[in-house]
Write a protein that binds this ligand. Structure first.
Ligand SMILES: NC(=O)C1=CN([C@@H]2O[C@H](COP(=O)(O)OP(=O)(O)OC[C@H]3O[C@@H](n4cnc5c(N)ncnc54)[C@H](O)[C@@H]3O)[C@@H](O)[C@H]2O)C=CC1
Ligand code: BAL
Length: 490
């Protein structure tokens, strides 16, 4: 259990932060060629610092350094056990600096310090550790052949990977990408979201201190068109891994098609259903999970349960319990450890969320909203990405599943039922990458995460499936016949 500090103590750490201010390229902070970019505390509107941003010129430099490191084998050709040791050292340094990272994340993203301390930072560390530990335990294969050959199926690191990140879980998404990519031996260039650059830059510095060779992990702050697009179009980037909106994800497919057919993995949005059947057991338990699912991180979560699809027979009772639970959810100063919901990320995002709501005041704080809507209402279809739960009534369990699938997205879903077979049938029938039964969650670091339909493309984060996406598969076929014996095949 994390030992939390007081609000005043967190504020004191925030006041004494000395944040990084430049791109991290080739093992050091260096000024980028782009303009200075303010990074702001969304809760106070105050500028935290100005960050020097990268441009195409810096992208070219970082890619060249990443390629050089990769080709020289400084990291890519190490014994995996050595890579493991360095990454474990990084985890130790992150643990030693976890308070600073938690406060940086809270003030820049408006996230509750409680979540940063108990979820974002520890899970980011655990993720890197999990992939580090796996690095020297993954075996290659041989394929069945005739007696005259041996066929090896080996994995090789993909090469230079660009990771383009969102602002909603800045450090955790960084860990989901760099953990498996670095464990596999790739060189990684991270482009953080423009709202949240600080923890990525700080972790790059810690990684270098832990012993990662220069050029292997670099961070380029800046906006999408100035940094994300040149990475996506670069002829010497072998892979892009992206988390963010479906619209921007599509652009990476186009960049790849227009350039070098680089590998693209997309983890995009969701409009995720929590489906409650008429036989759901213990509605208090259901209410607890639905409230967490919808409102954790202020609903700024790709797997948030933003649609509650509930059988008419249990709807009123469940809604009473949800409303009662929400009274305990405090919206307020992210640095107050009793806060459950901090701010939305920025003014543009506040305007987007408010455009779906009536009579919700100004400012960065939005209290949880419950909307009773029809299945085809835009609020039940669009990814609002705020603390907004759309409730849709179903007249049967089958109809509830049909409504759950009536979306262009397919990232996550939950089913609540007291009848095991019905729940399993629904879990099988719902088109989503993760379906949880009688609970809400994203699985664990050991389970793959990603989406069907417009929610994803090309692979999965987490688990050994994530490791797979950062490797190329190679076949090495060796003829064992003695040429002196004639023209044998296979
Ligand atoms: N995990 C998820 O599924 C997330 C979904 N979103 C959704 O996206 C909506 C918009 O949020 P944004 O921050 O604008 O998401 P976005 O998808 O535009 O941004 C994500 C990343 O892509 C980069 N990017 C933006 N435009 C780019 C371009 N043209 N080329 C290359 N890179 C580019 C951004 O700088 C950022 O690093 C949110 O309201 C939410 O609905 C946002 C963040 C995370
Ligand atoms: N929930 C993890 C992925 C995301 O929301 O960006």
């Amino acid at each position: 259990m994390t030992d939390l500090l007081t609000h005043a103590e967190y504020q004191a750490i925030a006041d004494s932060l000395d944040p990084p201010r430049s791109p991290f390229i080739d093992g050091k902070f260096q000024r980028g060629a782009g303009p200075m970019m303010p990074t702001t505390n969304p809760a106070t509107g105050q500028e935290i610092t100005q960050i020097s941003t990268a441009t195409t010129q810096d992208v070219d430099l970082a890619v060249a350094k990443a390629r050089e490191a990769f080709d020289q084998g400084r990291w890519s050709k190490l014994d995996p056990a050595q890579r493991k040791d360095v990454l474990i050292r990084l985890c130790k340094l992150m643990t030693r600096n976890r308070r600073e990272l938690a406060v940086m994340e809270s003030v820049e993203a408006g996230k509750p310090i409680l979540d940063c301390e108990t979820i974002d930072i520890p899970e980011a560390i655990d993720c890197i550790k999990w992939h580090a530990e796996a690095a020297d335990k993954i075996y290659d294969q041989t394929a069945p052949t005739g007696d005259g050959a041996i066929a090896m199926i080996t994995r090789e690191p993909v090469g230079v990977v660009a990771a383009v990140l969102p602002w909603n879980f800045p450090l955790l998404m960084l860990a989901w990408k760099i953990g498996p990519a670095l464990a596999a031996g790739c060189s990684v260039i991270v482009k953080p979201a423009e709202q949240t650059s600080l923890t990525a830059l700080r972790v790059a510095e810690l990684a270098y201190e832990a012993g990662l060779p220069r050029g292997v992990f670099q961070v380029l702050p800046g906006d999408g068109p100035s940094v994300g697009e040149p990475l996506g179009r670069h002829m010497d980037v072998d892979m892009v891994t992206f988390t963010g909106s479906t619209d921007t994800g599509r652009m990476f497919l186009k960049y790849a098609a227009d350039s070098n057919l680089k590998k693209v993995v997309l983890e995009c949005g969701g409009k995720n259903p929590a489906v409650v059947f008429d036989d759901a057991e213990n509605l208090d338990h259901v209410a607890e999970h639905v409230v967490n699912a919808a409102f954790w991180n202020g609903g700024q979560n790709c797997s948030a349960a933003s649609r509650l699809i509930v059988h008419a027979s249990v709807k009123d009772s469940l809604m009473d319990k949800i409303t009662a639970r929400l009274r305990d959810w405090k919206v307020g100063d992210p640095l107050d450890p009793t806060t459950h919901i901090g701010t939305l990320i920025d003014a543009d995002h506040c305007a987007k969320v408010r455009s779906y709501l009536d009579n919700v005041g100004a400012g960065p704080f939005v209290a949880p909203q419950i909307l009773h809507v029809a299945q085809d209402d835009p609020r039940a279809r669009d990814e609002i990405f705020g603390p907004v739960l759309c409730v849709i009534e179903a007249s049967s369990n089958d109809e509830a599943v049909q409504i759950a699938n009536d979306t262009s997205y397919g990232l996550a879903a939950s089913v609540f039922s007291g009848e095991g077979r019905a729940a399993l049938r629904a879990a099988r029938d719902i088109k989503a990458g993760t379906v949880t039964v009688n609970c809400y969650g994203e699985g664990s670091i050991a389970t793959p995460f990603g989406g069907y339909k417009h929610s994803g493309f090309g692979g999965r984060d987490n688990g050994l499936h994530a490791h797979d996406q950062y490797t190329e598969i190679k076949t090495i076929w060796v003829d064992l016949n003695d040429p002196a014996d004639g023209n044998n095949v296979g």
